[in-house]
Every structure is written in structure tokens, then in C-alpha cells.
Design a protein around this ligand. Sequence first.
Ligand code: NAI
Ligand code: MG
Length: 501
Amino acid sequence: MATALKIVPPEDKVTSFVSRTHQMLIHGKWTEAVSGKTFPTYNPATGEVLARVAEGDRADIDLAVKAARTAFDSGPWRKLTPSERGRMIWKLADLIEENLEELAELETLDNGKPLKIARAADVPLAVDLFRYMAGWATKIEGTTIPISVAYTPGVQYLAYTLREPVGVVGQIIPWNFPLLMAAWKLGPALATGCTVVLKPAEQTPLSCLRLGELIQEAGFPDGVVNIVPGYGETAGAALAAHPNVDKVAFTGSTEVGKLILQAAAGNLKKVSLELGGKSPNVVFADVDLDAAISGAASAIFFNHGQCCCAGSRLYVEDKIFDKVVEGVSEQARKINVGSGFDSSTDMGPLVSEEQLNRVCGYLESGFSEGAKAVVGGGRHGDKGYFVKPTVLVNTNEKMKVVREEIFGPVVTAIPFSDPDDLTVQANDTVYGLAAGIWTRDIKKAHRLAGQLRAGTVWINCYNIFDAALPFGGYKQSGWGREMGKDALEMYTEVKAVCSAM
Ligand code: NAI
Ligand code: MG
């Protein structure tokens, strides 16, 4: 499958960054963990330790929250004009763009994704997100509201609302798009004037730590963004439960999302959650077949299937089922699996040994229940965490491979004949993050788009993201929306001010 082409070595700048001591950023200072402990981050293409990073825990989270609290309550941050705040966010976008190559290589080293993808998607999307949010800093507006108070006859009032920052925000992000997920979280928090404690995923802390340096270079006051790497059960749990945090924003598994909710109950902090998915991708027989086949393949194989919105349940109208399955399988066969630094690589390793075992475990469970792999079906090679792109058929709606999020390059292809049954089947999931529809019939497309219980519906396209387009889940795929104007609501409180005249 993979042909060994020239491996592009990481830039010197990147090598020297990786080999440094990796500390945490608290109140503008890079520091060791209070415990002095460090943890390893691995190169998933080789399984070798890439770097050791300061391991944050409860004591470090305490210090970081204190810093964020001080920065919010009495630092210079709140005194900046919206325009100054916006310019600072824009400057950060410029700095990310200037360091695009270095950040892309860090993503490839730490996460495994192909360098060409990190260069074309992860880093530019992060730049664009910050630019989009920079524009919002000057547009966080309230309204004036005419009121009629029956029990104070004759008194006139001026009533208006203010949108104020929610305060200190704890942000916990995953490893599938490390830098981009940091941008999705930080962008709206900074635009609205909040302060932040960010915990990157333990699998991929490096690009976030580099981002921390760029945040300092952009001139954000100390304590506005604090970055505490560490494990979920320790640092993450302490952040979610912290009594001085006003809001927690989480992206990751639905299982941990529920833990975050429980942890947040102590001080009833606001919660936003962007969780798992098992998104249906529906192909009707009247479709442009080539477009649907490439669309269905990239819907599941992009980022090695490690996308919360991956089109992992492929429903195909029975008349063209065999053609589409063969087409998607053919595309899967053509995917070069290998090191992200190899310019011919289309798909790198999964992020960790844990994910490798999880995905292979799902495949075994599918096979034991009667599913068949048209292509792929297991690990690729014996070094690193690679899995072959896989198309499963002979599945049914009771199987784990159809019901649960696999988070790997595995799609289950399922035929349908009756569009009404299809709608019921497509919605038969605890998740509701995304869906795809492929047809030339626009009426059919928009009717189904209305019926699908999902936060995003793509018609004749898939995985189309934009900083202006809200993204988030129905049902157990989450609470609230990331990106777009909607994201600002999760970072602001509304204050009603009423004045007698
Ligand atoms: P996870 O949900 O455990 O990790 C995501 C983040 O949450 C990480 O920063 C982690 O350190 C933190 N975390 C873990 N336990 C925590 C706790 N008790 N309190 C606070 N923070 C905690 O996800 P994991 O184990 O890396 O992957 C497992 C599955 O989760 C994947 O197979 C996939 O199905 C799903 N997932 C979904 C993502 C999405 O984009 N919605 C991203 C990553 C994983
Ligand atoms: Mg790593």
C-alpha cells in the first residue's frame, strides 16, 4: 500500500522546539509542574517518545485559575477597548500564519496527520478562525427594549441589555485537530473578553505550547490565556470542577462530556460540549455518482476517521449500492498509508496505541457479529498506529460498529429502498452531530435536511467548515455551538439594565 518516497525531515526550528523542556504557561510565565512531574508525548508514526511535558494537576490548575481570575477581575485586559482586543486577536492570527510551516510540522509529529493536510487545513483554518473572531470583538452588542410596567403608572424607563464576558473559562480540548480546536475555543473567549485556562489533550500538547508563545508575542496581558498540559482524569477533572471557573467548554467523548457536566454542578458553571457522532451520509440513486463516491470516501477517511462528524454510516439507495461500495472501496485501496512527512501519504497513523486498539477492537467485534470487510479490516504494518481504510458491509442496526463511534477509518455501508424508512434509520442514534445528503433532486435534499436531527447537514458536499458557520450537536452530540455568531453566546452573559427617567 504505502510506497516509501522521500521523507521530508522536520525543520530545524521544529526539531529544536521539540527537544526543549516543555513547561506550562501560568500568568505569563513558563513554569514546571508544582509536583515536578512530566509526561511523555509520542510520535504515533513510530510509537517513540517525542518529548516530555510538564504534567499539570490540581495544584497547577489552582494557580492557573487564580491567574485567569486576577486577569479578569483586575488586570489590564478588561480595560482594553474592543478595537484593541480585536487587533490583538488579529495579530495572533498573523503570527500563526507566519509560523505556519513550524506549526504544521508540530501537528504531523505529535498527531501523525499528513503534513500536506496540516499545512492546507489545520493551520490556515486556525488563522481564519482568529481573524473572524477578531472582527466580532467590536460587535458584541445589546439591545434597547421598550417596556410597559403596569404597576408604576406614569413612570418612564430606559431599558437595555449588555452582553458581558462570562468570566474565567476552562477549556478542555482533544487531539484530533490540536491547534484548530484550541483556536475554536480561544477565539470566541478572547473576542468576548473572557480569560482562559486551556488544557490540551495529553496525546498532542506541543502545538498548543507553541501557540502559547505566540499568544505572548501578540501582546495579550499576563493571565489572559493560561495553558496547563496534563491528563484528563487529573488536570482536566480539576478544571471542570473548579469553583472559581465560570464556564467550562469541552470537546471530546460523550462519556467524558457527562463527567464534565457532573463536575460542573458544584458551582453550576456554564457548560458547552462538543461530543461524539455517528453521522449518516445518504446517497440517492439519482446522484452524480463520481462526486458521491469521492465525497463518501473523504467523509470517512479524512483525518483517518478521527473526526467527530465523520460520515461513518453510509446509506446507499439499493439500486446503486454495489457501485457505490465498489467505488468507495476502490478509493480506499488507493489511499497511501504512511508517515505524515512522506509527501505521497494520504493517511497517517491513528493518534495513539489506545486508539489503535479501540479501532481494531471495533473491527473484531464487527467480524464476530457477521460484518464483512470489502477492503481493509485491520492494522497496517507492525510499527506505529496505522489502520487500513476499511469498508464494512453485511452489518445490521444492532451491531456495535453501526451504533457506536469508532473514530477511525471505518465506514459501514448500508442499503436502503424506502426514503421514509431511511429517515428513521438515519436518525436512529443517540448522536446528532452531522449528516450528508447526495442527490440531484433539490426538493428531496432540503426535505431530508429538515428531517435529520443533526447540527450540520451537508448537501452534495461533506466536511465543509467555515469560521462563520456554527457547528455543534443535537442529542448526545453536545450543547451549544462552536464558531459563527452563535459561539459568542456561550461566552457572554446578558445583563438587563433598567433606569427610571
Ligand atoms: P476524551 O474525551 O477522554 O479526551 C478529550 C479531552 O478530555 C482530553 O483533553 C482529555 O485529557 C480530557 N479528559 C479526559 N477525561 C477527563 C475528565 N474526567 N475530566 C476532564 N477532562 C477529561 O477522549 P479520548 O479518550 O482521547 O478518546 C476517546 C474517544 O472519544 C474517541 O475514540 C472518540 O470516539 C471520542 N473523541 C471525540 C472527539 C470529538 O472531536 N468530539 C475528539 C476526541 C475523542
Ligand atoms: Mg503525540
